[in-house]
Design a protein around this ligand. Sequence first.
Ligand code: ADP
Ligand code: MG
Length: 283
Amino acid sequence: ATPTALLVGTGRGAQLGILIRGPEVLESTRRVDTVLLDKTGTVTTGRMSVLDVRGHADTLRLAAAVEHASEHPIARAVAAAVPDRPAVASFTSHAGHGVSGIVEDRTVWVGRPSFLAAQGLTPLDLPSSLPSSLPGTVVGVGWDGAVRGLITVGDTVKPSSSDAVRRIRALGLRPVLLTGDASPVALAVAHEVGIDAGDVIADVLPAGKLDVVRRLQGEGRVVAMVGDGVNDAAALAQADLGLSMGTGTDAAIEASDLTLVRGDLTAVPDAIRLSRRTLGTIK
Ligand code: ADP
Ligand code: MG
């Protein structure tokens, strides 16, 4: 394509709410055949709320104290559920796993149950501890050597996500859901937006997202990755095309080639179509 065509394409992108790092990005956009979609904050709104709390009476209060210091959508939901929180010291974020901090002289851990187990905390033994009717993410809360409570949080699929997935398919691309969350939640979201169960990659740690991109590239695929979180940044940078949500973190935006200003996934097929048009493969 001529430099003029590329500039026109870039300008048209801006009108569609797609910020393009440089005109050369349109070339890699055109060749993409696989679209990896992060779940939380990308396919879903990322605005979570607390659905259920079980276990020790201090579970929500202590968790909220630690989560108040975190930017994660889960953290915002937990912190918002308790207006009067105790203070936290030595806050630490363990990306893709959870958080920890000292609250009222105890080290409190909040995060994936498997992460808490790896910290040496004894699992909580509740009869029917998983509320099966709630399609939520279960987060463990532990202190003094044991997991003492479980909090279920959930968010909703963005209204535009199903339409975006349908249009991604219509362009001949394969949508894949890639998430650090547990597979029951991932499968429920995939089903809702029309991604095949076989194309769900769940329980992935942040470094694992990068590995998935590399593995697919090793199989000859040209990979677009769409994400919003700090935990997506490495995968966004490795992908042939990295797309960030304008509503996402600075780390994700800086690692990406395209930013979808409105945080709406329908801008993904828009971007692919735009690059095909600009580079003359379709009229
Ligand atoms: P996604 O890939 O869907 O955007 P993340 O990689 O951000 O999800 O998080 C993966 C998992 O790690 C979450 O489902 C949760 O179990 C746990 N986790 C991460 N951050 C936190 C936090 N601040 N509080 C509690 N749990 C967390
Ligand atoms: Mg995310």
